[in-house]
Design a protein around this ligand. Structure first.
Ligand SMILES: Cc1cc2nc3c(=O)[nH]c(=O)nc-3n(C[C@H](O)[C@H](O)[C@H](O)COP(=O)(O)O)c2cc1C
Length: 306
């Protein structure tokens, strides 16, 4: 494992990463098994699939499909619940060789806090609050409502000592307001973004691509939407650390996110076609840094408004 210094070193507030690359939640399983097939030594951290207070079965198949060069999914956050997750995954976390961050979901702030505590006790290095989840008290998705999002983050902040991040949605009407609310509530950084709502239909069966109809759209077409969020939040609040996430497949994508204002960049859907994509991106990123005599921290927020 390389040390935390050099041109690829990234910083999210006080958290230092050996690489700006992060494996996005839900695209590398619980991380521990992905370690055998992925190229995790190239990442600064890897985020395990979201975990809920009790087991969630997920949605019936088909719950994944393609749409152009993007991907639709409505997995429904299938997971064994925090107790079983901690038993199965916790003892293996230290062997992964990269910091593993947990991802919490819940229907109420108290549920988020309960999961976050379980994740922390299991040994994760940080907790990501996945706010793209229906709020059973308020009806809407946490990530769409600044007050609900802040309440969930505040509950988690109160419950754990490890760093806490808030994963937001590009579907939010005003991403800057949501980012401001969760930062105020104690998030150490924001993750921009989760998937965008999308829909597809099969012209031979006339059925929607997903049994749920509407699902999350990810992959290359998401990049411009997520980058818009990064740019807007960074312009409004340059001190809030940002993990950019959406459609990253190349080192150039990473550089774009950094210039727009991200401090680190997550890779998601690209893992499905190329599990070791992080190795190529890291290699090309190093070449870019050498050619341009620059560093991740120098590039971060380096975009110049007209
Ligand atoms: C199949 C699949 C499952 C996902 N599961 C989760 C999840 O459990 N928790 C979460 O926060 N995000 C989840 N995501 C969202 C990704 O972490 C990421 O935010 C999104 O896909 C955008 O990045 P990408 O375009 O690089 O995939 C999932 C995405 C996909 C495609």
């Amino acid at each position: 494992m390389s040390t935390i210094s050099g041109p690829l070193t990234a910083a999210l507030g006080t958290v230092r990463l050996r690489s700006p690359l992060i494996a996005a939640a839900g695209t590398v399983g619980s991380v521990v098994d992905f370690a055998a097939v992925g190229a995790l030594e190239n990442y600064g951290a890897a985020v395990a699939k979201s975990v809920s207070p009790v087991p969630w079965e997920g949605n019936p198949a088909p719950r994944i499909g393609s749409s152009g060069i993007g991907m639709l999914n409505a997995i429904g956050i299938q997971n064994p619940g925090i107790t079983a997750w901690a038993d199965a995954v916790g003892p293996r976390l230290a062997s992964v060789g990269v910091p593993v961050w947990g991802s919490a979901v819940g229907g109420t702030p108290a549920e988020f806090a309960l999961v976050a505590q379980g994740l922390e006790q299991a040994g994760v290095a940080a907790v990501e609050v996945n706010l793209s989840c229906p709020n059973i008290e308020g009806g809407t998705m946490f990530a769409l409502d600044p007050a609900a999002a802040a309440a969930a983050v505040a509950a988690v902040r109160e419950a754990v000592d490890v760093p806490v991040s808030a994963k937001l949605s590009p579907n939010a009407e005003d991403i800057v307001r949501v980012a401001a609310a969760v930062s105020e509530a104690g998030a150490d950084w924001v993750v921009l973004t989760n998937t965008a709502w999308g829909f597809g239909i099969d012209i031979s069966t006339r059925r929607p691509t997903l049994t749920r109809g509407v699902g999350g759209y990810s992959g290359p077409p998401l990049k411009a939407l997520a980058m818009r969020c990064v740019w807007q939040v960074h312009q409004a609040m340059p001190d809030v650390p940002i993990v950019g996430c959406g459609g990253v497949a190349t080192a150039d994508d990473v550089v774009e996110y950094l210039l727009a204002g991200a401090s680190a960049v997550a890779i998601g859907t690209a893992h499905f076609a190329t599990p070791r994509v992080g190795a190529t991106i890291r290699r090309d990123l190093e070449r870019y840094m050498r050619r341009h005599r620059t560093t991740v921290t120098e590039l971060s927020g380096g975009g110049i408004p007209w």
